[in-house]
Design a binder for this molecule. Structure first.
Ligand SMILES: NC(=O)c1ccc[n+]([C@@H]2O[C@H](COP(=O)([O-])OP(=O)(O)OC[C@H]3O[C@@H](n4cnc5c(N)ncnc54)[C@H](OP(=O)(O)O)[C@@H]3O)[C@@H](O)[C@H]2O)c1
Length: 296
């Protein structure tokens, strides 16, 4: 197994998948849509919602493993633009899965904790029944379905609230937004009633690639191991980066509604991935320490 194609190599996770693969000595080919991922590795332009574009990409790259990290990830934008959400997150996955099937190539689809309704009260396991509540979540669950329908040997890796430095473009993520706002003295309203499993993108990239290369099949939860409210995460970020915790302001979903419904507690159980990989998933404490050490 040498040639790995990362679809969506300019995204937050995609850029770390490229780096992780290069670090493992794999021949990495990255695809981009509009944002160029840089010149460090092979780059191909590919719009996953266009089957011809996907076919051309496969022809040029001849991959032996494909990791699909590209998606329309803005949850409220998906609610406003459902056609676009399904076209990228479901049809895009279908187009990639079909090419993989034709070429007898394994595929890894990156999915989300938001496939669950968040009402279970405890962590979700891979075998728990999804019940997506937003257009984003529904379109991602469809993406999972078409991936596993195309070949049950394919792999779905669910993550939750990805974070890390984005070296390729200025797009922020939840934690860089908190660091940036607190650093500028701007208060951040953070939900006390939305619990997630924050996922350090470089660690998830390594874990997802390892599972893909080992031939893991079906669904794995590859998030961080914690279950924290967004407000608790904000306080941890302030502590780790020496920022003013009084600027982390508690809000509730009822008091500050969002366009798309978010699950109240979509924390993921990661025992299966930990057992398969033979190491613990990266905690928020460790992820923040690694971020601090790698601060650009
Ligand atoms: N971010 C999170 O907190 C989070 C949480 C749970 C799950 N996930 C999942 O994790 C994966 C990676 O997320 P991320 O945050 O790293 O994503 P991201 O930074 O938002 O990047 C997504 C990438 O997808 C590309 N893309 C969008 N439409 C495309 C199309 N039609 N064809 C090809 N590429 C397209 C974008 O390229 P352009 O910008 O050039 O269009 C972008 O580079 C996604 O599958 C997401 O659903 C993310």
């Amino acid at each position: 197994m040498h040639r790995v194609m990362v679809v969506g190599a300019a995204g937050l996770l995609g850029q770390y998948l490229m780096r992780a693969g290069e670090g493992m000595g794999l021949a990495m080919v990255g695809t981009y849509n509009e944002t160029l991922p840089g010149e460090s590795a092979g780059t191909l332009k590919m719009d996953i919602s266009d089957p011809d574009s996907v076919a051309r990409g496969f022809l040029a790259a001849c991959p032996e493993l494909v990791v699909l990290a590209a998606a329309l990830t803005n949850v409220d934008q998906c609610e406003r633009e459902p056609d676009r959400a399904y076209s990228v997150n479901m049809e895009g996955a279908f187009n990639v899965a079909s090419e993989c099937k034709d070429a007898a190539v394994r595929m890894v689809y990156v999915s989300t904790d938001y496939v669950f309704n968040g009402l279970k009260g405890t962590r979700y396991h891979e075998f728990d029944v999804p019940d997506p509540q937003s257009v984003y979540a529904k379109s991602k669950l469809e993406g999972e379905r078409v991936t596993l329908d195309a070949d049950p040997g394919n792999l779905v890796c669910r993550v939750s609230v990805l974070y890390g430095w984005n070296a390729l473009n200025g797009k922020s993520n939840f934690i860089t937004w908190v660091i940036d706002s607190l650093g500028r003295g701007v208060p951040v309203p953070l939900y006390t009633d939305q619990y997630v499993s924050p996922t350090y993108a470089p660690a998830a990239a390594r874990d997802i690639l390892e599972l893909g290369l080992r031939g893991a099949r079906g669904i794995y939860h590859t998030s961080g191991p914690d279950c924290l409210s967004r407000h608790e995460i904000g306080l941890r970020v302030a502590e780790a980066f020496g920022l003013d915790p009084s600027l982390v302001r508690p809000v509730t979903t009822e008091g500050m509604p969002q366009l798309a419904v978010r699950p109240p507690r979509s924390c993921l159980a990661v025992d299966m991935a930990e057992a398969e990989l033979g190491h613990p998933m990266t905690s928020l404490r460790d992820g923040l320490a690694l971020m601090r050490a790698a601060r650009p």
